[in-house]
Design a binder for this molecule. Sequence first.
Ligand code: FMN
Length: 313
Amino acid sequence: MKNRITELFSVKYPIIQAGMVWCSGWELASAVSNAGGLGIIGSGSMYPEILKSQIQKCQAATNQNFAVNVPLFYPDIDKHMEIIIKSKVPIVFTSAGNPNLWTKELKKNGIIVVHVISNLKFAIKAKNAGVDAIVAEGFEAGGHNGKEELTTFCLVPLIKKNVDLPLIAAGGIGSGKTMLSAMVLGAEGVQIGSRFVLSHESSAHINFKKAIINSKAGDTVLTLKELTPVRLLKNPFYDKIEDAYLKNKSIEHLRELLGRGRAKKGMFEGDMESGELEIGQISAYLNRILSAKEIIDEIMEEFKISIKYINEL
Ligand SMILES: Cc1cc2nc3c(=O)[nH]c(=O)nc-3n(C[C@H](O)[C@H](O)[C@H](O)COP(=O)(O)O)c2cc1C
């Protein structure tokens, strides 16, 4: 398949494995890139020296392109960017912040820049900042998310209609059928997070993976909109958030309740009671742990069968 996204990233398939805190290190990123997609190291949960060694390991494990995701609110961002530039990472996905902050500097250093948005206003801002492509992430997606609650089905055509840039759809995509739908809506690539959490190579704790497999429709919720909205799996920690809302507690109380290190505790250390478990609505559909290559091959196979099905309608 050839389109603006496969050309931009020099990949065989327009499948991008999302950068995900505590879940996407070099093992997952290199496995995805070796399987024909674009792997991303999620730097949002890494100290600078960890990021540096993750990039080195990824470079040793693949000779294909890979990317690093940098949430722009990250406190040590200058150090992260310095490492990325010095290590000659070819592609950066920025998210959760102002695209004007780093786009020019990264591009000056020959780096391809992609920015993640959740509404039209931010897509226009990203285009004006000079990014090479955008990810339109719908409300279904796992992790931090837009306040506007636009679904992938509504967001992708809206961005396609108004912003002339290569477009990647994210949120609720995990199969060949959903990939094809996103491309019919105008995307030229898909960014997949939750499905890759359930890969052998993801660094998510096995307890978290099992909880995803056991989850049912309605078990995820977008919450903490007053802080940074996040879609997570309901658990006893979430019950405390809900209780705080019922009692009309202040934002400070919510911030204290969230505290620090919750995401690590849940997703990386496997504490299903008090950890934060970021995952998308598609978790209810997921029921197997496969290798990254098996996931990509399965998606591409279903994608081709779905095209045939449409042609025969
Ligand atoms: C466990 C988890 C962690 C995530 N962490 C990040 C992150 O660090 N930076 C980011 O831009 N997006 C993050 N996201 C969002 C993903 O990059 C991606 O856009 C989203 O997962 C796509 O939706 P899906 O989960 O339905 O596939 C995360 C998602 C998950 C599931």
